[in-house]
Write a protein that binds this ligand. Structure first.
Ligand code: C5P
Length: 235
């Protein structure tokens, strides 16, 4: 039977946060940001292994205690110049050590989405485990969309019907994901677009607003509140 393996690309610099420390290590609810996604993924029983891909030369990871995840995580310092490269390198490292087979499912999750809940991971696994292609968590767009011109004025309003915001985890089988990422057009920002470029249609699985990506400094407060509430309710 195919295994489920999570992969967290954590080799970004997080330059939009304007901090010296890479975003994934920014303190959040008394822990480095990446801790929260790691905890959720490691506590999901169906996930057999969680692989973390760090930037080569990362000095921050070793400063923290990850012993509670011992036995379930595997750490590789093979991150690349882009997210897609980091995921590709992580997959190759897993394969080189015989941790994955072609048909195993890989759940790629951004280190910068600390609000992922176990319920969402279980929903993704339930809805995709028998799927031909795989898919991703996403939420239907709620806001009205404006396209801007070069001067920052509205050029037009875009229809938002059928538009979804992609989240992670994004879940595909090892062989398909690796092939997709190796052939991916430059500039892709998620795994699903690489799979789409091969002509496949990944399935959209409804996520939630808590699973947003911490990108700008003002996002930290919101993430902190979500995590505090979750700790209080032990969810
Ligand atoms: O920068 P952004 O928030 O889009 O990054 C999404 C995820 O990809 C983060 O977890 C980040 O650490 C990771 N990443 C990576 N290697 C890169 C760039 C980003 O692993 N070169």
């Amino acid at each position: 039977m195919a295994e489920f393996i999570a992969l967290i690309p954590a080799a970004g610099s997080g330059s939009r946060m304007g901090e010296d420390i890479p975003k994934q290590y920014r303190p959040l609810a008394s822990k480095p940001m990446i801790y929260h996604a790691l905890r959720t993924l490691c506590s999901t029983e169906r996930i057999g292994m969680v692989c973390v891909v760090l930037a080569p030369g990362d000095t921050e990871w070793a400063r923290h205690d990850w012993s509670e995840f011992a036995g379930k995580i595997r750490v590789f310092g093979c991150g690349g110049a882009t997210r897609a490269e980091s995921v590709t390198n992580g997959l190759k490292a897993l394969r080189a050590e015989n941790h994955v087979q072609d048909q195993d499912w890989i759940l790629v999750h951004d280190a910068a989405r600390p609000g992922l809940s176990r319920a969402l991971v279980e929903r993704l696994l339930d809805q995709l485990a028998q799927d031909e292609i795989g898919g991703l968590l996403a939420v239907p767009l709620a806001d009205t969309l404006k396209r801007a011109d070069d001067t920052g004025r509205v050029m037009c309003t875009e229809p938002r019907e059928r538009l979804w915001q992609a989240q992670t985890p994004q879940m595909f089988r090892t062989k398909l994901l690796l092939e997709a990422l190796e052939k991916a057009p430059a500039g892709i920002t998620d795994d699903a677009s690489a799979v789409e470029a091969l002509g496949f249609s990944p399935k959209l699985v409804t996520g939630d607003a808590y699973n947003f990506k911490v990108t700008y400094p003002q996002d930290l407060k919101l993430a902190e509140l979500i995590l505090q509430e979750r700790t209080a309710t032990q969810n």
